[in-house]
Design a protein around this ligand. Structure first.
Ligand code: ACO
Length: 408
């Protein structure tokens, strides 16, 4: 493992050396697996749209009230993306912040995963839009569809790829524009969701820590409990699907509630045991922010006091795949996570899917490096130029090099 940096924050020169060595046969991507190493979370960032939609404002649209929503869900307000914003633009903002805290340049990334249930398009992947705008020229990119559990699925995959040595730096984003997926006439769903994005950067280290364990689960027999019925190959878009609101979220809230309370507890316990720990070793539980009653029920089952559970759904509602990385960022901002702390992140969602990951937090607060931040701003501007040049070049190619006509 000579080519793996020992330090958590390798210098830019050392990273360049690492990258060059990876180009040699037998090293890095495509080479033999390196000996044991750990996937640390080295960068984090979030983005929340400015517009706040309160319960009182929703009560002017559908038959509900602030009292009902707060009592049944714990949600007081949520953020709504502006017209010019989309899942990709919010993912990009969170990604830039995560690269900033990691002090990495976009070209250092080997992989970008965007976990989302509200991608910009069916294809191209939102992750590819982020890759292009960031200028992450060395990264593979794909979207991950596991609804609210998506970010945990992505974290688990990226951590394992780093631990085995198949890549070094991965950006795992959870980003959602749920406000465009709900039926604003359905009071059971429109009160729940909000928009936003959270991202982390994972990198390799020889120091034990980082992602210690993860468990993933699925049960497709419950797929109909939470779905967007139309818009795929089974029910393509038509005037009927649009007028019947079949492109919006359909949910059996009570069934989802029962499933969630059971699965959060189980998944958290499994992940903690897999890491060789007990619940007493856990400093903070960061659950998917769907409903405060679901979180309280899980907390009772896990015998965790309120101060060891992070909750911010009162301000953002359910931001689906973005909820856990946003909550992680806020827990860090509020000083609720210290180096050496062990955290459990746990999620559930449509599919049905669920998952949990135990993380030993190793990152120290990021240092201010103004000239490196300025360099990154220049790189982002150049990424825009590069993208435009590539489009022009492709256009030019199609004019200049017409394919030969087919022979009769
Ligand atoms: N305002 C006022 N009344 C309402 C509202 C509302 N917004 N919504 C429903 N009601 C009414 C119902 O019509 C019902 O009336 P009825 O008794 O006359 O029939 C009554 O309130 C009780 O309805 P319930 O469905 O039993 O209410 P419940 O306490 O279960 O709360 C809720 C509903 C909040 C949806 C809850 O079931 C829940 O949070 N479920 C989990 C949902 C979830 O987490 N989904 C996201 C999964 S993650 C993902 O992958 C996207």
């Amino acid at each position: 493992m000579a080519d793996t940096p020992d330090t958590e924050y390798p210098s830019p020169l050392r990273r360049l050396g690492t990258r060059l060595k990876q180009k040699l046969p037998g090293n890095g991507n495509g080479g033999r697996p390196r000996s044991l190493r750990y996937a640390h979370l080295i960068g984090w960032g979030k983005y929340l749209p400015e517009k706040v939609l309160t319960n009182a404002e929703i009560a002017q649209i559908v038959g509900t009230s602030d009292e009902w929503i707060v009592a049944r869900t714990g949600i007081r307000e949520r953020r709504i993306a502006a017209e010019h914003e989309s899942t990709a633009t919010m993912a990009l903002s969170a990604a830039r912040e995560a690269l900033e805290t990691a002090d990495l340049n976009p070209a250092d990334l080997d992989l970008i995963i965007v976990a989302t249930a509200s991608p910009d398009h069916i294809f191209p992947a939102t992750a590819c839009l982020v890759q292009d705008t960031l200028g992450a020229v060395n990264a593979g990119a794909f979207d991950l569809s596991a609804a609210c559990t998506g970010w945990i699925y992505g974290l688990s995959l990226a951590a394992q790829a780093i631990a085995t040595g198949s890549l070094d730096h991965a950006l795992v984003i959870g980003a959602e524009t749920m406000s465009r997926m709900v039926n604003w006439e359905d009071r059971e769903t429109c009160i729940l969701f909000g928009d936003g994005a959270g991202a982390v950067v994972l990198g390799p280290s020889r120091k034990p820590g980082g992602v210690l364990s993860s468990v993933l689960g699925a049960d497709g027999s419950g797929g109909d409990m939470l779905s967007v019925p139309a818009g795929g190959s089974r029910m393509p878009a038509s005037p009927e699907t649009v007028s019947n609101h079949l492109h919006t979220i359909h949910m059996d809230g009570r069934k989802v509630f029962r499933f969630a309370t059971r699965v959060i507890r189980q998944a958290a316990i499994e992940a903690v045991e897999k890491a060789g720990l007990t619940m007493d070793d856990i400093a903070l539980l960061i659950p998917h922010q769907a409903n405060s009653r679901i979180i309280q029920s899980a907390a009772r089952g896990l015998k965790l006091p309120a101060e060891r559970i992070f909750v911010n759904l009162d301000r953002y509602g359910n931001t689906s795949a973005a909820s856990i990385p946003i909550a992680l960022c806020e827990a860090l901002e509020e000083g609720r996570v210290e180096p050496g702390d062990r955290l459990v992140t746990v999620g559930f969602g449509a599919g049905l899917t669920w998952g949990a990951a135990v993380i030993e937090w190793m990152a120290k607060p990021p240092l201010e490096r103004p000239w490196r931040s300025r360099l990154r701003s220049v790189l982002y501007a150049l990424a825009g130029v590069r993208s435009r040049l590539r489009r022009w070049w492709r256009q030019l190619e199609t004019w200049l090099f017409r394919p030969p006509a087919a022979r009769p």
